[in-house]
Design a protein around this ligand. Structure first.
Ligand code: GAL
Length: 719
């Protein structure tokens, strides 16, 4: 092709490889990577790909337990070629097919009919695909997935275009003149392919996931990256982030406040002010604000708090890291700071060796900010590095942008992992194959409805996304935001610009002027009730995460994944599943009620135990101190007595609620030390199986973990 000679690199993994001729000059090689996962490639393979950076090896044993899967077309109907522009891929589409995914999409859920360009950015641009966590990966309602293994800014035309050669019908001119927009646009024919445009490469590699359902595609994708993540138990508790300019005294006051008021809290997060320089970052404690940070960390540890520190990756000239990373960073600065090339093991080592002192002082995790790009200019600030940047590894700025969030996260996660410690971090950007790293994405965008939909979208790509609460316009708005946060992966109130907790004053200006709400005491009581609900759900959530880790099943996911035959769910992105048994239907406005769609079966209101018949909608009222949660019939739901925090030796007293007919049902609980990797390295864990036999509840414990975390105290039967 154009005088270029392409070497087709065939990496035979488990099975042999074969050639499928697409065009005489472009040979596509096909390899089987794992059960039902195929790699198709053409041209010269790219040097830097997301899969090369995958932090863990595939979990082949778990993958083999899944179905072989099917495709609604033949593998050789996928065409791939390389032109002077780059790669070009065409994948068939069935008429009734729906598409999902592309990472943490904002503003759209079902993606067929859209042009999607998943590019990393802190700000979405309509539905084009700009997002904190872009993924060139989609999942089809027909039960398969297509992943383009590239860090190039890739565009997917999702059934939007038709090629000249596929226009088969004879078109007859009628002489009619169309007058309205609808009539004129009626000729806009839907295409029967997804076209993928991958510029700036001389070879393309795609992964095809064959499965029996969308849920299984996602499982396979997650297991290819080693599985999902299992955060430490404390990571699933409640987190409070203090204002940027807080001082040591302020932090001490806040931690006293939570314990005194008996509002559960596991993690206190500090924002930029803890550094001597930010933005960019020094990673050095600011002595003016934190004159004795070690004493503060001791107090927090003694009161059973974990500490999380804000930072971003850009290294300030005064930082001790500057000298050591000068030759291991890109050729442009961001906020005057170095951009470390985390693709190099040496960079990761230098960065984490420095951070080790913070870890050893008692810091349990970091908030990795601004690892996404931005097109927003603030004054003449440089917010992000240009795409033409060059990094020592040979990566360019475009590739680094798409990979930075994941590589940065991996660097700090590995640091904890090497000490056999789990952490749960916050990060603002991710990419591909990040499911195995315990961390949740966040965003400055504050669109409430977007926040709900993002929980649904994140599930397709092994991502955890969590909304956060800051200011609000009303009491009702504050509590529905808080409910949503408490029903997401990472329950965080982010007071980075608020002097006081927002339940005492949700208006930003008044909060910072220390003017409290008249009913602040009531607000505080409701907050406590809601956070306690989260703590009751903690063992249930931890179990959902254990299944995520081992089987790749996302703990938070849209309803269409669990009820694939219900076509009313194709576009439903304002309700979602939390684990296998609970459906979340967040309030959508301040009215205190909403229309909830119940999929097939019987459902129960978590708060009132009211019963609903599935396959229809109901208008449901949810109080501000309740959870917008619904329980599937047949569920055995373990609920804990709420703890104030999760300590290493915490034991949860559990009441099992059996909903409706539970004759053939069972649930599990995952029991281990909650903090280390011993569950994997030494197989040190138990499964508890909860069952009902002859009207009596039973708990069967299997496994090698010797201590007890769960104590089943009572069974309650809900009819
Ligand atoms: C933003 C971040 C916020 C907060 C703030 C502090 O970039 O999204 O959550 O951390 O920085 O300056």
């Amino acid at each position: 092709m154009d005088g270029k000679v392409f070497r087709v690199l065939i990496i035979s993994f488990l099975f042999g490889s074969l050639y499928l001729g697409v065009k005489a000059q472009d040979r596509v090689s096909v390899d089987s990577v794992a059960n039902g996962i195929y790699r198709l490639s053409v041209g010269v393979p790219e040097q830097f790909t997301p899969y090369k950076f995958s932090p863990e090896k595939p979990n082949l044993a778990a993958l083999n337990g899944l179905s072989k899967g099917e495709l609604p077309f033949l593998l050789d109907e996928i065409t791939m070629e390389v032109t002077d522009r780059g790669g070009r891929v065409r994948v068939p589409l069935q008429d009734d097919e729906k598409l999902y995914g592309f990472g943490l999409q904002i503003g759209s859920f079902q993606q067929r009919g859209l042009k999607k360009k998943p590019v990393v950015n802190d700000h979405p641009m309509n539905t084009l695909g700009y997002t904190h966590a872009p993924q060139p990966f989609y999942v089809s309602s027909k039960g398969y997935g297509i992943l383009v293994n590239t860090l190039r800014y890739t565009t997917f035309y999702c059934g939007t275009h038709t090629e000249k050669q596929s226009q088969r019908k004879t078109i007859v001119a009628t002489g009619e003149v169309k007058a309205t927009t609808e009539e004129l646009y009626a000729n806009k024919k839907a295409g029967s392919y997804v076209y993928v445009d991958i510029p700036n490469c001389s070879g393309v590699e795609i992964f095809v996931f064959k499965a029996s359902s969308m849920k299984e595609v996602v499982q396979k994708y997650n297991l290819l990256a080693g599985g999902g993540c299992l955060p430490p138990m404390w990571g699933l508790g409640f987190k409070y982030r203090t204002k940027t300019d807080f001082t040591q005294d302020g932090v001490i006051r806040v931690q006293n406040y939570f314990r005194k008021k008996q509002i559960p809290c596991d993690v206190i997060g500090l924002e930029p002010g803890w550094h001597t320089a930010a933005y960019s970052c020094s990673y050095v404690w600011n002595k003016e604000r934190y004159p004795n940070h070690r004493a503060m960390l001791d107090t927090l540890r003694n009161n059973h708090y974990k500490v999380n520190l804000w930072e971003h990756a850009y290294v300030h000239p005064t930082s001790p890291l500057w000298k050591s990373l000068k030759d291991f960073s890109g050729d442009f600065l961001v906020w005057g700071g170095l951009v470390p090339d985390f693709s190099l093991p040496e960079t990761r080592l230098r960065f984490s060796n420095y951070h080790k002192q913070l870890m050893h002082e008692g810091v349990s995790g970091f908030k990795l900010d601004e690892c996404d790009n931005s097109d927003i200019s603030v004054g003449n600030a440089t917010w992000g590095f240009p795409e033409m940047s060059v990094f020592p590894s040979g990566m360019d700025g475009e590739q680094m942008h798409q990979a930075l969030g994941m590589l940065y996260l991996r660097t700090l996660n590995d640091m904890y992992k090497n000490e056999n410690l789990r952490t749960f971090q916050d990060y603002r950007s991710s990419g591909m194959f990040a499911s195995s790293i315990p961390a949740s994405l966040y965003s400055d965008i504050y669109g409430y409805h977007d926040y709900i939909e993002m929980i649904c979208n994140s599930a397709f790509g092994g991502l955890l996304w969590s909304p956060e609460v800051r200011q609000s316009g009303s009491k009702a708005e504050f509590f529905r935001r808080l409910q949503l946060v408490l029903l997401s992966a990472h329950a965080v109130v982010d007071s980075w610009f608020l002097q006081n907790p927002p339940w005492l004053q949700y208006d930003r200006d008044k909060n910072n002027a220390n003017i409290f709400l008249k009913d602040s005491l009531e607000m505080e009581n409701i907050t406590r009730t809601l956070v306690n609900h989260r703590m009751r759900l903690l063992p249930y959530l931890y179990n959902a995460f254990a299944h995520y880790r081992m089987e790749g099943i996302p703990p938070f996911r849209p309803l269409i994944m669990d009820f694939p035959n219900d076509n009313r769910l194709y576009d439903l992105s304002d309700q979602y599943m939390m684990g296998d048994n609970l459906m979340v239907a967040p309030l959508l406005d301040d009215s205190g009620k909403r229309t909830v769609y119940f999929p097939e079966g019987i459902w129960y209101n978590f708060n009132t135990h009211e019963r609903y018949e599935g396959g229809q909608e109901y208008e449901v009222a949810i109080n501000i101190d309740e959870m917008p949660l619904f329980v599937k019939e047949g569920t055995i739901l373990p609920l804990a007595d709420p703890l104030q925090y999760v300590a290493n030796n915490s034991v949860f007293d559990i009441t099992c609620y059996a909903f409706g007919n539970v004759d053939s049902s069972s649930s599990t609980l995952f029991e281990d030390d909650g903090i280390s990797y011993d569950f994997e390295r030494k197989k040190c864990y138990n499964w508890l199986t909860l069952k009902v036999k002859k009207g009596k509840g039973k708990c069967i414990r299997t496994g090698d973990y010797k201590s007890r975390r769960y104590n089943i105290v009572e069974w309650i039967f809900v009819k």
